[in-house]
Design a protein around this ligand. Structure first.
Ligand SMILES: [Fe+2]
Length: 276
């Protein structure tokens, strides 16, 4: 019925094997993908295909049974080796197609609209964009308004935010956007992952890594995760409120990241085929 097995659980069997249980009806599937029928030894037809996994360092990847078009980036493995894993934040399915999701993520002008309630960003000072085909870097500064007392009481983590957020985004088209952050508490790497689920839904989550300047600051890593979760919530909220198929009427300054997304999206197969 289309339930996600990743939301289910594993059941250890007395013979040492294990099954995976579906979260909807608790139906169990064995290693061949066959349903285990309670009170019966009858084998069913295999309903699931095993997923081919690639284990690279601390991370497990999969092409989901689709022919690989590009290599797995090594950047997350580098983070896993160098930084402390702070956790996963904001995992959700957003009611939007992958292109809209990516355009939002690479729209530097949306920070002081969509994320205004969180960061009180006053404006975006765009610095530069480095286009390396399917890989890119963008740099911009976001000066913030002084938080009001009532905001600080509501969210004391605002005190940890610098006066000017210096953003460096590193982008691996299409699935990964990394926010390289320097905060008073230390270095933060926020890795936003985008997985198309259906034409109209995109799954997203954030893997957060950090190096904290002081062991006490490690206690603040939950705040880092809370911020990341709020960012995802705000993006999901605004994406759910956009009219579908509404053409863009106004071109803003510094849409170079969005142009990069549109070009790569339109030419993805040629760009991956001609890769040397
Ligand atoms: Fe956003």
């Amino acid at each position: 019925m289309g339930a996600m097995l990743s939301e289910g659980w594993c059941v250890a069997k007395s013979d040492g094997s294990s099954t995976i249980a579906c979260p909807l009806h608790a139906l169990e599937f064995d290693q061949t993908g066959s349903t285990v029928l309670l009170g019966s030894n009858k084998a069913t037809k295999s309903l699931l295909k095993p997923l081919e996994l690639i284990i690279q360092g601390d991370l497990i990847w999969s092409y989901g049974g689709v022919e690989p078009k590009m290599p797995i980036p090594n950047v997350l493995n580098e983070f896993a080796a160098k930084y402390e894993f702070a956790g996963v934040a904001g995992e959700c399915s957003v009611k939007t197609d992958l292109l809209s999701m990516l355009l939002n993520m690479h729209d530097y002008n949306h920070q002081n609209g969509t994320h205004r309630p969180l960061f009180e960003i006053e404006r975006i000072d765009f610095k530069r964009f480095i286009d390396q085909r399917l890989h890119s870097h963008s740099y911009y500064d976001m000066p913030r308004a002084q938080p009001k007392w009532q905001d600080l009481l509501k969210n004391p983590a605002l005190l940890e935010m610098p006066k000017v957020i210096r953003a460096h985004l590193e982008n691996y088209f299409p699935a990964i956007v990394i926010f390289h952050g320097e905060a008073p508490i230390g270095t933060i790497k926020q890795c936003h992952i985008f997985v198309p689920e259906f034409e109209t839904h995109t799954r997203t989550y954030v893997l957060a890594y950090g190096r904290f300047k002081n062991p006490v600051f490690r206690l603040l890593k939950n705040n880092v995760l809370k911020f990341a979760a709020t960012v995802v919530e705000q993006d999901a909220d605004i994406l759910g409120k956009l009219y579908a198929d509404s053409p863009q009427h106004i071109k803003l300054n510094n849409e170079v990241g969005m142009d990069w997304v549109r070009r790569n999206f339109a030419n993805f197969s040629e760009m991956t085929n001609s890769r040397s």
